[in-house]
Design a protein around this ligand. Structure first.
Ligand code: DHB
Ligand code: MG
Length: 229
């Protein structure tokens, strides 16, 4: 138990209330991203985009690494792409890969409506099929992995070969209600374990996983810095 072990309410209601307070104070949600949420809902997309505080973390990371080239795995309705694109400089570019054409269409429209259409390219199709088309370009400064979870280690391996030293690779949903610690978890959880085990023997990156709670329940981000050596 932590130093506040006497806390009485630590439950989903509290997690959501705290996210709400963070949203009312330090994390503003502009009209563009609100529009993206509404469009995604109207189109029947699952409401599984990163939370506003998590989105703000992505924006801070984009700025911290001075990113100009971002790759995202999993556009969904474009929410995180809009936020990261807003954190880019005027000449920054973001490519987002989306397997589902109907999601990609919603994302494209919301990204344009949010005013960042010139910075963002939405590529439709399974990410593993899109990757050969990205070979030969400049390395990325930041890669955000948030697509089909069984492939997270595969996407990470590719990202590691295509991110500049000093760049970041971030993966969402690696903790999965704590099943990261369960060797008998489902396929998606086993993939996150494999990712961590890969990183244990990977000198090219230094990583940690931050467990998170909030409107989306209990999960976590893996954050990996690509080493220069
Ligand atoms: C799911 C996917 C996500 O990227 C997420 O953050 C939460 C849930 C899902 O597929 O259920
Ligand atoms: Mg996610």
């Amino acid at each position: 138990m932590g130093p506040r072990g006497n806390i009485l309410r630590v439950d989903q209601e509290t997690f959501s209330a705290v996210d709400q307070f963070i949203g009312e104070t330090i994390v503003e949600e502009d009209e563009g991203v609100r529009g993206a949420v509404e469009a995604a809902e109207a189109a029947g997309l699952p409401s599984i985009q990163v939370s506003p505080p998590q989105g703000k973390l992505l924006q801070l990371l984009v700025r911290l690494v001075g990113a100009k080239r971002i790759l995202e795995f999993g556009a969904l309705g474009g929410y995180s792409a809009i936020l990261m694109a807003r954190a880019l400089p005027a000449d920054g570019r973001l490519i987002t890969l989306e397997a589902k054409p109907e999601y990609a269409e919603v994302a494209r429209q919301s990204i344009d409506r949010a005013g960042v259409g010139e910075k963002v390219e939405v590529r439709v199709g399974p990410a593993l099929e899109a990757l050969p088309g990205l070979e030969g370009g400049e390395p990325f400064d930041l890669v955000f992995i948030d697509a089909d979870k069984v492939n997270t280690p595969n996407y990470f391996a590719w990202a590691l070969d295509h991110t500049r030293p000093g760049g970041l690779i971030v993966a969402d949903n690696v903790v999965r209600d704590g099943t990261l610690a369960d060797p008998g978890g489902d396929e998606a959880a086993q993939a996150q374990r494999r990712l961590h085990e890969m990183l244990a023997e990977e000198p090219r990156a230094s990583a940690t996983t931050v467990q998170t709670v909030g409107v989306k329940g209990y999960d976590g981000f893996l954050i990996a810095l690509v080493e220069s050596g």
